[in-house]
Design a protein around this ligand. Sequence first.
Ligand SMILES: *[C@@H]1O[C@H](CO)[C@@H](O)[C@H](O)[C@H]1NC(C)=O
Ligand SMILES: *[C@@H]1O[C@H](CO)[C@@H](O)[C@H](O)[C@H]1NC(C)=O
Ligand SMILES: *[C@@H]1O[C@H](CO)[C@@H](O)[C@H](O)[C@H]1NC(C)=O
Length: 575
Amino acid sequence: MRSTKLLSCLSFVHLAMAQHTWTFVQQGNSGIVPLELITISPTLALMYDRPYANPLKLPNGESAWAGLWHFDTNTATPLEVKTNTFCAGGAFLSNGTLVAVGGQPVDNIPGWGNATDGRMGIRLFGPCTSPSGTGPGCTVFEDPENLHLAVTRWYPTALRIADGSLFIIGGSDILTTFNALDIAQNNYEFYPPRKGEEGKVRPSQFLKDALPANLFPRSMVLPSGHVLMMANNQSVIYDIDSNTELHRLPELPNGVRIGVPFDGFAQLLPLSPPLYEPTVLACGGSNKPDTITLEEMSNQDVATTQCQRMTLTTAGIAAGWEVEHMPEPRLLPETVMLPSGDVLIINGAHTGYSGYPSVSDSGKIGSNADHPAQRGIMYRTTLPSGQRLTQDGLPTSPIPRMYHSAATLTGKGNVMVAASNPHPFVLNANNNPNKLSFPSEYRVEYLNPDFITNNSPRPVITHSPSKLAFNANGVITVTIPHSLAAGELQVSLIDMGYITHGWHAGSRLVFLENSLSGNTLTITAPPNGNIYAPGPAWIYVVADGVWSEGVQIMIGDGGNPPRPAQGVSVKINSP
Ligand SMILES: *[C@@H]1O[C@H](CO)[C@@H](O)[C@H](O)[C@H]1NC(C)=O
Ligand SMILES: *[C@@H]1O[C@H](CO)[C@@H](O)[C@H](O)[C@H]1NC(C)=O
Ligand SMILES: *[C@@H]1O[C@H](CO)[C@@H](O)[C@H](O)[C@H]1NC(C)=O
């Protein structure tokens, strides 16, 4: 139970912390294009690509399309998958197993690996606890033939919800730049299925209204347990339990659209006790009308600089979207929630659209987007409006990271930046007769904050619990360097998300109540599964804006979904 004496030590005054200077370091080759990238442990990330002529080979000599990335050695090892994981969605379950749902139709070219239709796929990976990736749970991406979705889903979103199962949203039957009524899966389902809903889907009026830009719907679980879904210029708050739409939010202002192929992002900003008021940030995309045709679209069409955020309280919703501007236009951005609560916006382009070449002039360079954005943008969450978006301290990468690129936070606390391949084949120096732009990118970069680059003092977590029940106190042992001890202390509980296509589904940061006495840091787990759905998480200790390496922790009882309600309900002020 929560101890009341902790409350007196609470400090949730978020002071603007020192700005870091960041540096890119190139390390290793990913062997496949990791356009889907999920950090699974301090030493490993799971990645998948399309089955084509990737340099990473399976033991039988064919090209791999899935693999493990080893953070310690900066090398990739192949992983076998049966069905086509390309363009799948996914999330971790309450028991720590990662699930990938949906994907691509058949891709079966001799020598490229044989991927059968993955659109109804449900694939299970892990938990993988062996650091080298050779132990149980690490070597097999299970793809049971008898386990499948109710419908075919290409470009779906999956979110872990309060009972630890997955809420699966939307998608399409086939590959497309724009979704359309005759191919769209304007519906939801659960994995594992809810009682009485086995093999069934729930129709979605919201997804229908958000056509034709409703693929990979940007969605997040709110502290109420309801789900915010955003697509095109539409947003809805949906109640899973009663299967009803509670609120439609105002449309994104100034004609901006974020859904595929306009491709901007949405990110839930950090949640802080006691009210866990949710604020959603959405940036980038385009202000072109959604009636625009492929013939009218050009990869030179300038993306928007616009960001908008809204605090989802009665007052916040009434106040509407608060508009801010990035220093430059951006589409296809990856967003990395840093342990400090700032959001790194990285990769992507200044002009064009997402998707394989399909717009009027895409044939010339082989890309729907052009003018790569090679410098990140930091969203400094706690600064006042107008000061939050900056490129100060951020370097320019020599590597364009276009459609099908990725970026993720790592356990070390830096950012892995990988991939890019706007082409439906492997484009390299030996295979580019038409002189197309943006070769398939296998080079991996890390973006390091100054305290990693300079190896300067950081908080160190020397011991932490491996599991924490909701609302329970846990004890972490830390060392806080003297130089940082006077600054604000934060404990960040992070879900790094399931990363693909500029969309980090499930990405979340909850600041935990904490109290430090000597080297003993007492933390309190989130009160219930609406604030942080039961399942795997990372903890980082942040002192004066400098974060420790992360440690993994299981929040909740770690059991198979669906879990009964755990923890306590708390008074919140958001729908
Ligand atoms: C793909 O199929 C071919 C022939 O059907 C077979 O020889 C090859 O071993 C298969 N590859 C994989 C990775 O299963
Ligand atoms: C949102 O999109 C719809 C459909 O294209 C359009 O009619 C409407 O004007 C847009 N809203 C705004 C605020 O631009
Ligand atoms: C996690 O739960 C899923 C769904 O019930 C199950 O298929 C999977 O085997 C479980 N994982 C573990 C490690 O028990």
